[in-house]
Design a protein around this ligand. Structure first.
Ligand code: B12
Length: 235
């Protein structure tokens, strides 16, 4: 699959720095990640690229090490801390899209029972740099809270993150309630076990494998919904 990577800054990060960032995440070496990320910034390189091709690429490798039982939960926790140390350094230097305008409001959260929030925070960042205002409910968000916030803040799009398959039935329940209580907003569901087919089964409107595609799909869904509303209102 070809991923759209809308780098806001064309100056690429040196491969050796990307390697350092990846290694630092895998080896949960916060000093190394801070040093490499500071170098990215000092040299005016692309912070967005450093996040996705450095920090996220490192976390993907960590996932593989967990799968092969070389890493366990304590390592995951330290790797996640290292990702956040790098993200906190790089995030203020990610440039908004040159033509970013206020684009609407996105409601985002991780479903109850699930505390994996790195992916959710990256989706949030991509929407922010495209000009969206974000209402971030955080992680482990109960269904009632999600629905209440949707009704009260009238978002243009609702983004639900779920990484734990055990939490998927709860997402189905949430989506059904959101369709009833907040029918104006398309609902996207994402996370490691989600694809288009699964999201449709849950009643959601769209899926995306990563943060870049999440924005692209959301824009399409919002425009489709606007067209439908206009057609039903008539000329
Ligand atoms: C880091 C990690 C943790 C950290 C999380 C730290 C944090 N602050 O997030 C900690 C140590 C806390 C953790 C805990 C656990 N974890 Co864990 N964890 C991971 C790991 C290795 C990486 C997740 C990650 O951050 N990836 C990097 C980010 C960038 O990727 P991402 O999250 O997928 O997000 C991208 C896309 O999915 C998408 N996306 C995400 N959200 C959304 C939303 C929308 C709307 C859209 C469109 C797109 C989208 O865009 C994102 C950015 O591009 C994964 C392995 C994996 N393969 O994912 C396991 C994994 C998710 N964990 C797993 C498990 C089992 C657990 C524990 C139960 C372990 C335990 N025995 O305690 C606990 C559960 C805690 C809980 N209740 O939630 C399993 C889940 C399996 C399953 N079938 O449910 C996985 C898949 C590992 C495995 N292969 O078994 N974990």
């Amino acid at each position: 699959m070809s991923l759209q990577k809308p780098w806001p800054d064309p100056t690429p990060v040196d491969q050796s720095l990307l390697d350092q960032i990846r290694t630092a995440v895998v080896e949960y070496d916060e000093a190394m990640v801070l040093s490499a990320c500071s170098t990215v910034i000092d040299r005016g390189m692309d912070a967005y690229m450093a996040i996705f091709d450095g920090l996220v690429a490192g976390m993907e490798e960590v996932g593989r090490l967990f799968d092969t039982h070389e890493y366990f939960v304590p390592e995951l926790l330290m790797c996640a801390d290292t990702v956040y140390a790098g993200l906190n350094t790089l995030r203020p230097h990610v440039r908004s899209r040159p033509n970013a305008q206020p684009n609407g409001v996105a409601l985002i959260g991780v479903i109850e029972g699930d505390i994996h929030d790195i992916g959710k925070n990256l989706v949030k960042m991509v929407f922010e740099i495209a000009g969206y205002k974000i209402n971030d409910l955080g992680s482990d968000v109960g269904i009632r809270k999600f629905v209440r916030e949707a009704v009260e803040t009238k978002p243009d799009v609702i983004l639900v993150s779920v990484m734990m398959t055990t939490c998927v039935p709860r997402v189905k329940e949430l989506v059904a309630l959101l369709h009833k209580e907040a029918p104006w907003a398309p609902i996207m569901v994402g996370g490691c076990s989600m694809d288009d087919e699964k999201v449709r089964e849950l009643g959601g409107d769209g899926a995306a494998p990563d943060a870049h595609n999440a924005l692209r799909v959301a824009v399409g869904l919002m425009s489709d919904l606007r067209k439908k509303v206009n057609e039903s209102v008539g000329p």
